[in-house]
Design a binder for this molecule. Structure first.
Ligand SMILES: Cc1cc2nc3c(=O)[nH]c(=O)nc-3n(C[C@H](O)[C@H](O)[C@H](O)COP(=O)(O)O)c2cc1C
Length: 228
């Protein structure tokens, strides 16, 4: 009788990794091994980009550096200063309200008219939902939307690699709503645009909000397939 060798690492198929990735909105404080982050960052650099310019620029913060940024962002958001986030055109607004109902209602159990609890929950965006690692994603201001595509490809590779290591993440446009706070805190040069943040860490599995899975439109709704 033969026995299989013990697996040397936990491997999942590509499909399993893609389907396992989701936005994590409550984290455990446990730090992430530096090697895992470095590996995910290295894989992400293999993303394709226009003329291979590799336009992604990432600031990765943990420990006191992450705490400093969170404190400043939470202070700004608590002061009543609204974040500057591009508004959604009317035809897309229903997606946001559906997601809001799912995250704040179903996930966090906040009643629709409990504005105070909802405000407190929204504020958690700015402490990166308690994640021990925070990232800020930037791109040179002179580049265009086709280059932002390349940054997106880099990010998805990064997130999938984290997912495979069972590390949760949430991309956050909300934090980029306070670009001056981030720029001053991290000394980000003026030539870089601040696109979004990312919360990174081990998921708090006891929280219902982390068990939500967002709906997807079908392939037919989003794809025109022409054959003849
Ligand atoms: C560019 C971008 C910005 C996002 N900004 C936020 C955010 O500010 N706050 C938040 O809670 N989720 C944010 N998300 C997460 C989305 O709501 C989430 O990806 C979407 O609802 C699909 O759900 P899933 O990631 O769980 O599959 C963002 C995602 C992307 C890609």
């Amino acid at each position: 009788m033969t026995t299989s060798p013990a697996p040397i690492m936990h491997l999942t198929t590509f499909d399993e990794t893609v389907l396992a990735r989701h936005s994590t909105r409550r984290f455990l404080p446990n730090p992430i091994p530096k090697g895992v982050l470095r590996h995910a960052l290295t894989l992400a650099t293999h993303a394709p980009s226009n003329s291979n310019i590799q336009p992604w620029r990432l600031y990765l913060l943990s420990g006191a550096a992450a705490d400093r940024l969170k404190e400043r962002l939470v202070a700004e958001a608590s002061s009543g200063m609204e974040p500057i986030i591009p508004s959604l055109p009317d035809e897309f607004k229903h997606f946001r309200s559906e997601l809001g109902k799912q995250v704040y209602g179903q996930g966090l159990g906040i009643a629709h008219d409990d504005t105070e609890a909802r405000r407190a929950a929204v504020l958690r965006n700015f402490d990166f939902f308690g994640a021990p690692t925070a990232a800020v994603v930037c791109m040179n201001k002179t580049l265009s939307r086709v280059d932002a595509l390349s940054v997106g490809m880099y990010l998805q590779t990064f997130l999938l690699s984290l997912t495979q290591a069972q590390i949760g993440s949430c991309v956050e446009v909300s934090v980029a709503g306070y670009p001056d706070v981030i720029r001053n805190c991290l000394n980000i040069p003026e030539e870089l645009d601040i696109i979004c943040g990312i919360a990174i860490g081990y998921e708090d599995e006891s929280m219902g909000v982390n068990r939500l899975r967002s709906k997807r439109s079908s392939v037919e709704e989003t794809t025109v397939i022409l054959e003849d």
